[in-house]
Design a protein. Structure first.
Ligand code: ADP
Ligand code: MG
Length: 258
């Protein structure tokens, strides 16, 4: 069964239509990128999938179950996870403690209260750190980690919730290009091996075209194209949307002028 089915999502803020009839699916183990210029509605769509924003219209199904009106906590319990920015990890705690806290909180949210002792989650936390290649930094305070390593810890923290679907809104923001590719390689291999669907937004077109199985292009709240990286790269409408001068847009790397 399809992991995520989004149908006809609509959201306006006053006069601004941030999402218009947005329809797409994500399969298990699939990495789907949403791209588009600033203000296109990417975060709005994310937040309607995560539950932080209420849709005006439309439906969100996870594993065939309607979660359109579920709270973010209820969605989390059903398997919708997301990565958060650095501010959300506790810089004064060690790497492993951050992941332990995430495990404790995930267990609490799912009502599994029987293992309150923090120490008990150390093994689980170490396993997650190993998955993201950070086991050796377990006892280092997060404040002492390089930025790219903090991002790996954030990924481990998100995995602690055992997500079926992981939402990553600009996961590589602020990272150096080589680190970006490494983080997304890691994400892709975890997604594939665990069958986790990944929905991500990204400004770096090298990362998008190098990692997404499929790409959705949003423009002014509407999906103007959807397809494989190759199809998207060649799509004339996409090229116009990014390269035309009727929008004040940055030109993303990787899209040569037509
Ligand atoms: P993106 O993530 O693609 O940059 P957003 O989803 O953040 O785009 O924004 C889409 C549009 O909706 C923009 O015009 C933005 O100004 C508007 N918008 C987003 N969130 C709000 C909000 N909470 N209140 C009012 N307008 C908003
Ligand atoms: Mg955004």
């Amino acid at each position: 069964m399809t992991l995520l089915t989004v149908t006809g999502l609509h959201k306006s803020f006053g006069g601004v239509v941030a999402a218009r009839d947005v329809t797409f699916t994500v399969e298990r183990g699939e990495m789907l990128a949403i791209i588009g210029p600033n203000g296109a509605g990417k975060s709005t769509v994310f937040n309607m999938v995560g539950g932080q924003l209420k849709a005006d219209r439309g439906k969100v199904l996870l594993d065939g179950q309607d979660i359109t009106h579920a709270s973010p906590q209820a969605r989390f319990r059903r398997g919708v996870g997301r990565t958060f920015q650095v501010a959300q990890t506790f810089l004064s705690m060690s790497t492993v403690e951050n992941v332990q806290m995430a495990l404790i909180s995930a267990r609490r949210q799912s009502g599994r209260l029987w293992s309150p002792a923090r120490e008990r989650h150390r093994d689980g936390a170490m396993e997650l750190l190993a998955k993201v290649g950070m086991a050796e930094a377990a006892d280092i305070p997060c404040s002492a980690l390089a930025y790219g390593d903090v991002k790996r810890v954030e990924l481990a923290v998100a995995l602690a919730g055992a997500p079926k679907l992981l939402l990553m809104d600009e996961p590589t923001a602020g990272m150096a290009p080589r680190e970006r590719a490494a983080l997304m390689d890691l994400t892709a291999s975890i997604a594939a091996s665990q069958g986790i669907g990944i929905l991500f937004t990204e400004h770096d077109m090298d990362v998008v075209f190098g990692h997404a199985a499929r790409v959705l292009v949003l423009l002014r709240g509407q999906i103007i194209a959807a397809g494989s990286p190759d199809e998207i790269r060649r799509d004339p409408q996409v090229r116009r949307a990014y390269l035309g001068d009727d929008h004040a847009l940055e030109r993303p790397k990787g899209l040569a002028p037509a």
